[in-house]
Design a protein around this ligand. Structure first.
Ligand SMILES: [Fe+2]
Length: 414
């Protein structure tokens, strides 16, 4: 049984590691070295950091004779682990010209070989850490895409060839009613992975509410813009209004006004006119909140989201679809786009669940210390690996973040 569990985990390890390399493959070397802003990291850094994670958390922890492959990896590729020593500040990651990109790939191969050579005893002890490392690498697969989009999109450069993208017309937005009451959310699975922040399962009281049947579309966002939504302080939170003014926001990230009228959107397949039926994406919490107020609605809480949408497993537009952009909603689905397409901002601050217990040891720094000044997003996106998502999955970003694949689903009181 244990041997089977080890074999299964190592098979997934190989597949996920290969997937990361495959995601970087369409990029030029120069694309992989650029850092567009302090929040985003070069592709080369993601390739190295995910490798350092396995080296530090698995090989150095469980293999007594293991010596690190590169002495500079700990400084260059440690992200935020205070307990693991000095590191290069996040805003300066592109300044690490060594390891080179080729050397970063050699580092990956060396660690992959050491993981493959784990003894049965070491692998068995390391199994929970290997699982965290696999899930961690999948998180960084999404970040490779969001971060490189922030490099390519302002240049109008494509990551993939455009596939057919019909403007299929917009399914009318309905609000599906839910009674609420005393419900349970959070992860209770005994087998199967969950991050510490998804646990424990616990009770929440929900007043009766209604949930939007699909994501907000770019066409609806255009109507918000044309109605002066970006110019009306009554719609905005104070912090949101100040942020909007400071950055000069007039539209979602990666939109620009066409000289001939209308709006152009930079997608992973290059620039094209905004498609009204496709979900809006790359909006901040502040913008999502203002849009909801303008719509005489609100953002759902994460408990409402999980109660209403957690049981809907259907989601075809995840990373594996290769679309790398949200798609128009299926008009026949009672509730569409519950998984994939675009992460959905919730009105819930990212905070610990009742009786939250962080991961042990070094990994206690993984989630818990970020539970301040951020909001929860649910549902995954077209950049999220399908096997990485769970109904209880909690993503989180600060309210001014726009470079993530973030969209909007509305809710209302009943
Ligand atoms: Fe990380």
């Amino acid at each position: 049984m244990t041997r089977r569990a080890i074999d299964e985990t190592l098979a997934r390890y190989r597949a996920v590691r290969a997937q990361t390399v495959a995601l970087a493959a369409p990029l030029a070397v120069d694309d992989q070295l650029a850092q567009s802003m302090p929040d985003a990291s070069p592709t080369k850094w993601h390739l190295g950091h995910t490798t350092w994670f396995f080296e530090k958390m698995v090989l150095e922890t469980f293999v007594s004779a293991y010596r690190p492959h590169r002495p500079d990896a700990a400084f260059t590729f440690n992200s935020y682990y205070e307990s693991l020593g000095d590191r290069r500040p996040r805003a300066e990651r592109s300044l690490s010209t060594r390891p080179t990109l080729d050397e970063a790939h050699a580092y990956r191969r060396a660690v992959d070989e050491a993981i493959a050579a784990l003894s049965i005893d070491d692998a068995e002890r390391a199994l929970p850490r290997l699982e965290v490392g696999i899930q961690h690498e999948q998180q960084h697969q999404e970040l490779v895409l969001t971060d490189v989009k922030s490099v390519l999109a302002p240049q109008g450069v494509a990551y993939v060839e455009r596939t057919a993208e019909r403007d299929a017309g917009t399914a009318p937005l309905r609000f599906e009613p839910f009674d609420g009451g005393l419900v349970e959310i959070g992860n209770a699975a005994r087998d199967g992975f969950a991050f510490d922040n998804e646990r424990p399962r616990h009770r929440v009281w929900l007043d009766p509410f209604a949930m939007g049947s699909r994501l907000v579309t770019a066409g609806e966002w255009l109507a918000f813009m044309e109605a002066g939504g970006y110019d009306d302080p009554a719609l905005w939170l104070s912090d949101g209004w100040a942020t909007k003014k400071a950055h000069g926001w007039r539209a979602p990230c990666y939109w620009r006004e066409s000289p001939g009228g209308g709006w152009i959107e930079a997608t992973m397949a290059g620039e094209r006119a905004v498609v009204p039926s496709v979900p809006v994406c790359h909006v901040s919490y502040y913008e999502a909140d203002a849009f909801a107020r303008w719509s005489r609605a609100r953002l759902p809480s994460e408990a409402e989201w999980e109660h209403a949408l957690g049981g809907i497993a259907v989601g075809s537009n995840l990373l594996e679809s290769g679309a790398f952009h949200p798609r128009a909603a299926d008009a026949h689905a009672p509730i569409a786009q519950a998984r994939g397409d675009a992460w959905e901002w919730t009105a819930s601050p990212y905070a610990p669940y009742p009786r939250f217990v962080p991961f042990d040891g070094t990994l206690a720094e993984y989630n818990g210390k970020f539970m301040c000044n951020q909001f929860v997003l649910r549902g995954g996106s077209c950049f999220t690996p399908g096997s990485h998502l769970r109904p209880t999955y909690r993503n989180f970003f600060p309210p001014d973040a726009r470079w993530q694949m973030s969209g909007v689903r509305l809710a209302r009181w009943r």
